[in-house]
Design a protein around this ligand. Structure first.
Ligand SMILES: CCCCCCCCC/C=C/C(=O)SCCNC(=O)CCNC(=O)[C@H](O)C(C)(C)COP(=O)(O)OP(=O)(O)OC[C@H]1O[C@@H](n2cnc3c(N)ncnc32)[C@H](O)[C@@H]1OP(=O)(O)O
Length: 570
């Protein structure tokens, strides 16, 4: 029976909740979720990237939906992590009693969640949380975290409970969820021991879905049911945000705050500062706590997120072909696909999602804007900006690049137009490049803007075309035609514009024949040094960028370059 039948019996938004499970690697997050959903325990450890589960309930005549996000214990996916903080309604933070560092991480996670929530102010500042001290079955001699220490800390924080658990021995798992659901004011019947677990197709569930009583009159209400959706897929970013909006409105109505201004008036002071922002992007900046009124003081926005109804097409379109395992990711920010904070954040999330999609083996990076691959970084992000905004922008670029360059997927760039600077970086970071012949140009032209390509741009170019060509290319800020780029190895193939995509697909066939594991290990070993060089100094690099770009002389050069672009146009 297919999973869509579960959704036929859709829960109203007020009954939909997302539970996010967080903690470092190897503390037993997946084991706890597995006990909760299937009452199973697997002794084998397989690191989780991100798993999504959905459980539907029929309780006292109402339908409820609980989505569970079982997150990665390591942090190569920062954008996904931020999104999980923002979209979670309730949280389980897991540490292992034999690992003190994992407990410290739980304390940090709580702070980060609260910070995220406070920065958007659309949700309750302190969401319900429970701390799980897992692996309580371990011998006392191995214990590093004392029960009393955690209990003391938890007693001082709001809306937070604590239990020691053992997913292995099924110790306190039921109590863990029951306590959390009570804290969140959800029906206690959602906890494992208080409802009947059924499967799709079960007569009682089928009857419940149709609103028919399977049991003798009146009995159904006393008989809560829960069913795990077998093929649940994580909703898209857009669905996540739309749901966040619905929740925010619901909470506002509940809080009865009629004086909160509508988004248009609440955000109007910010529009003058961020000229080209869409409502969607303003919202995202509000989520990131970045929007400041023109006067300079940080403002916590209280907005009704009507903006989702405004036309706000995604800047990154993802088309996944599940038959071939190949995803096509298209940049879509007319007129020139310049990369601003918004695009980079969306790109990061798209890449992270593909990375975690086990059915995806390859990704084609392309453009939805004719004649342009990408014009590189949005110069307006670097011109007359603030230090905070510059740092946030640079971090978003770092994350997007780390995700792309370090991807396990086969990555191919379909360059159907101009590709200067940051556009060239994206293309070079793929495994293979096919470029359209003709008038289009590609290269790292930073010096022409009076700025300097950072070390990781340079590293990628060195790996692509070698030292001598890189030295010339960077000093001159050289832009190459497709044929010139082919001759120095900057692209791998040049074909007429209308054959770029079909050529990429043909090339992909031979790449897809190679076993993934061997290819990924080879790719990682080739790229690790360059990735590590940035990973080890991300913050320093971001600060350096902000300091450099805001220098008066650099701002003057950027101003002149912007003027030259406009002049060329007229
Ligand atoms: C030590 C280390 C420390 C760190 C030091 C700092 C390191 C920073 C590294 C920087 C990396 C970068 O990517 S810097 C970005 C470099 N990028 C560029 O130089 C590209 C400049 N653009 C172009 O050359 C052209 O626009 C091109 C892409 C070929 C398309 O030409 P077209 O004729 O089709 O289009 P145009 O008419 O020129 O452009 C359409 C509009 O888009 C605008 N536009 C064009 N490119 C833009 C861009 N990148 N950002 C914003 N806006 C842009 C134009 O101004 C126009 O705006 P309106 O007039 O309003 O319509």
């Amino acid at each position: 029976m297919s999973s869509h039948l579960v959704d036929e019996c859709a829960a109203p938004p007020k009954n939909c909740f997302r539970l996010v499970v967080l903690g470092t690697a190897r503390v037993g997050k997946t084991a706890i979720v597995s006990r909760f959903l299937f009452n199973q325990y697997d002794d084998q450890y397989t690191p989780t990237i991100e798993d999504f589960h959905r459980k539907m309930y029929r309780i006292r005549g109402e339908v409820y939906r609980l989505d569970i996000l079982d997150t990665s214990g390591v942090h190569p996916f920062p954008a996904m992590r931020r999104l999980s903080f923002l979209t979670g309604d309730l949280f389980i933070l897991v540490y292992s009693v034999d690992n003190y560092e994992s407990y410290m991480e739980v304390m940090r996670l709580r702070e980060q969640i609260l910070e995220s929530k406070a920065s958007c102010k659309t949700r309750t500042a302190a969401p319900p949380m429970i701390i799980a001290g897992n692996k309580a079955d371990r011998p006392e001699s191995e214990r590093e975290v004392l029960y009393d220490e955690v209990a003391k800390w938890v007693s001082t924080v709001k809306k937070c409970a604590f239990l020691e658990t053992s997913a292995k021995k099924n110790g306190n798992i039921n109590e863990l969820f029951q306590t959390l659901f009570e804290l969140a004011k959800l029906p206690p019947e959602m906890s494992p021991s208080l409802h009947r677990r059924v499967s799709i197709g079960d007569q009682a569930w089928e009857a419940a879905k149709k609103g028919i009583s399977f049991y003798p009159r009146g009995k159904q209400d006393d008989n809560p049911l829960g069913v795990v959706s077998p093929h649940a897929r994580r909703p898209s970013l857009r669905s996540d945000l739309i749901e966040a909006e619905a929740k925010a409105e619901q909470e506002q109505r509940r809080a009865e705050k009629p004086s909160i201004p509508k988004i248009s008036s609440a955000l109007s002071p910010y529009r003058s500062q961020y000229r080209s922002c869409t409502w969607m992007s303003l919202l995202r900046q509000a989520f990131q706590g970045l929007v400041r009124p023109a006067g300079g003081q940080v403002c916590r926005l209280q907005v009704q997120h009507r903006c989702y109804n405004a036309p706000a097409a995604g800047h990154v379109q993802v088309d996944m072909n599940s038959d071939t395992g190949v995803a096509t990711v298209r940049l879509n920010r007319p007129p020139v696909n310049s990369l601003n904070l918004d695009v980079l954040t969306e790109l990061s999330i798209a890449l992270e999602k593909l990375e975690t999609d086990r059915s995806c083996r390859a990704m084609v990076l392309a453009s939805a804007v004719p004649g342009i691959f990408s014009a590189g970084l949005d110069i307006m992000e670097m011109y007359k900006s603030t230090p905070e905004r510059c740092v946030a922008f640079w971090r978003a670029l770092q994350d997007a690049w780390l995700n792309l360059y370090g991807s396990r997927l086969i990555t191919m760039a379909a360059i159907e137009g101009h590709s200067p600077a940051g556009g060239c970086l994206l293309a070079m970071s793929c495994d293979y490049r096919v470029m359209a012949d003709g008038k289009f140009q590609i290269g790292l032209n930073e010096t022409r803007l009076g700025i300097v390509a950072p070390f990781w741009f340079t590293d990628v170019m060195l790996c692509t075309i070698g030292h001598r060509e890189t030295e010339k290319a960077l000093q001159l800020g050289a832009m190459y035609s497709a044929q010139q780029a082919l001759s120095i190895g900057l692209v791998d193939k040049v074909v007429p514009a209308d054959q770029v995509m079909s050529t990429v697909q043909t090339e992909l066939k031979s790449w897809l024949q190679i076993p993934d594991a061997a290819r990924v290990i080879t790719k990682t070993s080739m790229r690790k040094q360059v990735l590590d060089r940035l990973s080890s100094q991300k913050e320093k690099d971001a600060q350096f960028f902000a300091d450099f770009i805001l220098r008066e002389s650099v701002q003057k050069s950027l101003g002149a370059y912007i003027a030259s672009l406009q002049k060329r146009k007229s």
